[in-house]
Design a protein around this ligand. Structure first.
Ligand code: TRP
Length: 339
């Protein structure tokens, strides 16, 4: 049973796809804030394997990545006693509510989703209905837990908007069933850019040399940063518009060490790009070291990871089922008892 103080806390819901590796961009933008977030909010982290199968997945890889993702999250400092971390497919209410919400979502709304258009173009041989109704499952994820806030990057803003629209539409017919979630915008200045094309966001779907994985060994970190794109004027100064490569390295140093930009630029004045890159590598390696060693410890203990996910699913289920039953009752599904 939650005590009063806990119920007064707001709920944050976050879904993460178990696809590919996470990058230092994910670390800087999200993971490093997890330990402080769990003190102020009820945090629910859902590994969205049902969303993942909207594009073809290799079963063995998908199974492995769910556990790896759980290990990365736990290694980042989230405490399974304070947060809920679980797999979407372990809580059947997600699929059930998604079906119901499908009947409250219009084709036209889904057709406007830019992520659908992008993914349909990218996977032209497999434009399945799940890909089309992806945002409805996402709405179900969020609404089941009556989430107050959802941390979203720019690419997911449209999906949060449709979630709000669906919630409001449902509430206007049946009364106050769902909390309408707000976006929790991640702080500015926390955007990490590609090492090879610093005008674009660092992305795990780009070639290896463009991003640093959270699990990259120190050698790989140094090699990738050494090859990072800079410019030819040779001056170390923070100027994202004209010097995107150098500025990206400077902001990585600044966010990871907590030193302000002026101090760093002052210290680096007169030095070369080789020095800047060494300093960047040092900062990245030092930040990743504790996370990586904790990850290695956790990934070796599959049973612990699985137990954590299963007990997370149990807690998630007890919240989700309350919302689902309320919805089923409101729309007039057959009662489960005559009382
Ligand atoms: N669509 C999100 C992404 O690709 C993942 C996701 C699924 C999600 N369900 C969610 C994010 C609920 C936030 C809340 O990043």
């Amino acid at each position: 049973m939650m005590d009063k103080q806990e119920t007064a806390k707001k709920t944050i819901f976050s879904g993460i796809q178990p696809s590919g590796t996470l990058t230092i961009g994910n670390y800087i933008g999200a993971l490093r804030h997890f330990p402080e977030l769990q003190e102020t909010y009820n945090c629910i982290y859902c590994i969205v394997d049902e969303h993942a199968i909207t594009v073809r997945q290799n079963p063995a890889d998908l199974r492995r990545r769910c556990l790896e993702l759980a290990a990365v999250y736990l290694a980042s400092g989230i405490d399974p006693e304070k947060c809920i971390i679980y797999c979407q497919s372990h809580v059947s209410a997600h699929a059930e509510l998604a079906w119901i919400l499908n009947c409250f979502t219009y084709m036209g709304e889904l057709q406007r989703m830019t992520q659908f258009k992008d993914k349909a173009a990218k996977h032209a041989d497999n434009i399945n209905a799940g890909l089309f109704t992806y945002p409805v499952l996402m709405a179900a994820d969020i609404l089941l837990y009556q989430a107050d806030a959802v941390p979203v990057g720019a690419d997911q803003k449209q999906h949060l908007e449709i979630t709000r629209d669906i919630a409001q539409r449902f509430n206007s017919i049946y009364g106050d069933v769902f909390t309408v979630p707000e976006p929790l915008i991640t702080k500015v200045g926390s955007r990490v850019m590609s090492l090879q094309d610093p005008t674009r966001k660092m992305s795990k779907s780009d070639p290896e040399e463009c991003f640093i994985s959270l699990l990259d060994e120190p050698d790989a970190v140094r090699r990738k940063i050494k090859r990072a794109m800079t410019d030819s004027d040779g001056e170390i100064r923070f100027d994202p518009e004209n010097k995107p490569g150098v500025s990206n390295l400077l902001s990585i140093i600044s966010t990871l060490t907590g030193e302000d930009m002026e101090t760093i630029c002052g210290e680096m004045a007169g030095k070369g790009y080789g020095d800047l890159k060494n300093r960047t590598s040092d900062a990245v390696i030092a930040a990743l070291e504790p996370l990586q060693s904790e990850y290695k410890r956790l990934i070796a203990d599959k049973q612990y990871l699985l137990d954590t996910l299963l007990s997370g699913a149990e807690k998630a289920n007890s919240i989700a089922i309350r919302t689902l039953r309320k919805v089923q009752k409101k729309i007039g599904f057959a009662p489960r008892s005559l009382k």
